[in-house]
Design a protein around this ligand. Structure first.
Ligand code: COA
Length: 249
């Protein structure tokens, strides 16, 4: 159980809702652990045919909890939860549909690159300020984004940390559709129900044929992860994390 991740079912659709609004849905280790359980459990359950990721109004996720990054940056144990989540995402066997409203930072952006359909709202901004934090792209984004967007737009997103409004993300093929924020959940769930109603074996083959090959993706997640850990222990990252965590509002 984790109070900040709500897992529910609507028919054959499993809904994983990130629900930590006071911290803009920043993800802690316990939250990743719960999402891994949900993804793996849903994959193993024949009654579930589709996973849905949702956040709260105004925030899909502000990314990894920066306190957890600071723990690693100061020599503490980071655990395996993030790694487990990235593996669960990369290897999820059933379609994943996401809906993002508002803030979508770091893994709050890169998670969607693994999804089969992503809906966002007119006020959603995708943003990966990795290099500004002294960090590097993660979650296989350095592999998936250039294939989806072309290398230059991927560079703008992942290396320049340029915020991409939902409309731009849709025009570039990074996400499926932009909808009004009031319609987001309805649209996401309606698409999920349609997906869940398809013949599952044919759908699985179709999906597997279209997804990026898993082996190089997983190899890239590992390669990024090694850099990421090293970067967390850099002066650049420590200074950026300290600046955020000690900022005065
Ligand atoms: N980790 C930990 N706490 C976070 C967080 C994160 N990634 N993102 C937001 N929070 C916390 C803030 O510290 C604040 O907590 P407080 O009320 O106890 O001070 C609360 O969530 C609300 O955030 P706030 O910054 O006041 O909201 P905002 O709407 O002004 O800005 C963001 C939202 C997402 C732009 C801003 O919080 C931000 O830049 N967060 C860091 C994002 C990030 O770098 N993620 C990692 C990418 S690899």
């Amino acid at each position: 159980m984790n109070e900040h991740i709500d897992v529910s079912r609507q028919g054959a659709v499993q809904i994983i809702r990130i629900n930590r609004p006071d911290k803009k849905n920043a993800l802690t280790r316990a939250m990743y652990r719960r999402m891994v359980e949900a993804l793996r459990g849903g994959d193993a359950d024949p009654e579930i045919r589709c996973h849905v990721f949702l956040g709260v109004p105004g925030a899909f996720s502000a990314g990894n909890d920066l306190n957890d990054f600071m723990t690693i940056a100061t020599g503490g144990d980071g655990g395996t939860e993030v790694w487990d989540f990235l593996m669960a995402l990369a290897t999820a066997e059933k379609p994943m549909i996401s809906g993002a409203d508002g803030i979508a930072v770091g893994i709050g952006t890169t998670l969607h690159l693994h999804c089969d359909l992503t809906f966002a709202t007119t006020r959603t901004m995708f943003h990966t300020p990795f290099t500004d934090l002294g960090l590097v792209p993660e979650a296989g984004s350095s592999f998936l984004a250039p294939a989806l967007l072309g290398r230059q737009q991927a560079f703008a997103l992942l290396a320049m940390g340029e915020p991409f409004p939902a409309q731009k993300a849709a025009e570039l093929g990074m996400i499926y559709r932009v909808v009004d924020e009031h319609d987001l959940e309805k649209e996401v769930l309606s698409a999920a129900e349609r997906v869940a109603a398809k013949p599952p074996q044919a759908l699985k083959i179709a999906r597997d044929l279209m997804r990026a090959p898993r082996d190089p993706l997983i190899a890239r997640v590992k390669e990024e992860g090694a850099h990421f850990l090293q970067r967390l222990n850099s002066d650049e990252a420590r200074a950026a994390l300290l600046a955020f965590l000690s900022r005065k509002k």
